[in-house]
Design a protein around this ligand. Structure first.
Ligand code: PLP
Length: 386
């Protein structure tokens, strides 16, 4: 068996149909969409076609989609754009304590710029209670941002209910749907959001492209200044091949989503029950039911996540200890700590994220290999001897 990739939440391979449709835009159809001759029009047309696909994918209108360089930029744009455009109305923002760094770090930046941010806590499953969001609202609140599903633990948040709270209070509502898009339906009206971030490379599209949905009438300032691209809302020559690939990726994912979600849920549940059954002192992190079809996050006592990862890698299995970004830091995951885990438990966690090319045999291989790795590490563990 070759290498086993179980880190689809970090990034996905680009779908062959996506690669195929992108290729001409690197060569024959290389024009700048702003040019007013045939090369330009061709590129412009391709972008608008992709915009329609992305808009349809989330139940939006074409004019409500702005292409960005990815999920991080979409999150920055939503938060900074709304904050700076609505400063005269208020300076208070509500978010959750388990957001991705793209939101958390942007909030910290805004705090340094004079905004106040409330980080609403989560319960032991990582769920944000809509009532806690309601209670955090003040007459200075201008924005609520709560992620659709968490990238580490896979818990899906009650976004439609929080959307109702935001609408009743007349407050803009943003959700980071980077991890849900392609796995569960993402419909801006069903969710009741004014702003929504997505990223192509999490749903078999290319890296370096994403989009921000901006509901018509939402007051926000552009934060990349320059030319008049994207209706004056996001300057810079468009990433034409990337955008075209993104359009194809959402089309493919729409076509395959429900079948894939069903298949992945079965594999996910097999992996969860197998691991919990074969490894004592282990527990599932995140909600057992309201979770992404492809996410498995478990804590295993008396072992370090990094050691397990290295040993898995020696067996050709690629997984993660948390988000891709925090894997390189030694800080325990802020998400697991916010759910009440101790730093030791947080350090002993592993995330497996499944995807289009994950097979039953691969899941069985993990179930065969990981218990032995844990037993070996525990035998040498200072954590166990303490
Ligand atoms: N938001 C979430 C929930 C994510 O999981 C990620 C990537 O891991 C991002 C934002 C950032 O997206 P990108 O890598 O496209 O900048």
């Amino acid at each position: 068996m070759g290498r086993i990739y179980l880190d689809y939440a970090a990034t996905t391979p680009t779908h062959p149909e996506v690669v195929r449709i992108m290729l001409p835009y690197f060569s024959d159809a290389f024009g700048n969409p702003s040019s007013i001759y045939s090369y330009g029009w061709e590129a412009k047309e391709a972008i608008e076609e992709a915009r329609t696909k992305v808009a349809e994918f989330m139940g939006a209108r074409d004019q409500e989609i702005v292409f960005t360089s990815g999920g991080t930029e979409a999150d920055n744009f939503a938060l900074k754009g709304v904050a700076f455009a609505n400063e005269s109305r208020g300076n208070h923002i509500i978010t959750s304590s388990i957001e991705h760094h793209a939101v958390i770090e942007t909030c910290k930046y805004l705090e340094r710029r004079g905004f106040n941010v409330t980080y609403v806590p989560v319960d032991e499953y990582g769920l944000v209670a809509p009532d806690n969001v309601r209670r955090a609202i003040t007459d200075r609140t201008i924005l609520i941002s709560v992620m659709h599903a968490n990238n580490e633990i896979g818990t899906i948040e009650p976004i439609a209910e929080i959307g109702k709270v935001a609408r009743e209070a007349g407050i803009y509502f943003h959700t980071d749907a980077v991890q849900t898009a392609g796995h569960v339906p993402v419909d801006v009206n069903a969710l009741g959001v004014d702003l929504l971030s997505i990223s192509a490379h999490k749903l078999y599209g290319p890296k370096g492209v994403g989009a921000l949905y901006i509901r018509k009438g939402t007051k926000l300032l552009p934060f990349i200044h320059g030319g008049e691209q994207e209706g004056g809302r996001r300057a810079s020559t468009e990433n034409v091949p990337g955008i075209v690939g993104f359009g194809k990726a959402v089309e493919v994912s729409q076509r395959e989503m429900s079948r894939e979600a069903e298949r992945l849920t079965c594999l996910r549940d097999r992996l969860i029950s197998g691991l919990l059954g074969r490894i004592d002192h282990s527990r599932l992190n995140g909600h057992p039911v309201t979770r992404l079809p492809n996410n498995v996050n478990i804590s295993i006592d008396f072992v370090e996540g990094e050691s397990m990862l290295l040993n898995l890698d020696l067996e050709g299995i690629c997984a993660s200890t948390g988000s891709a970004c925090s894997s390189s830091s030694l800080e325990p995951s802020h998400v697991l700590l916010a759910m009440g885990l101790s730093p030791e438990q947080a350090h002993g966690s592993l995330r497996f994220s499944l995807g289009k090319w994950t097979t039953e045999e691969e899941i069985e291989r993990v179930l065969d290999v990981l218990p032995g790795i844990v037993a070996k590490l525990r035998a040498m563990s200072p954590l166990l001897r303490r």
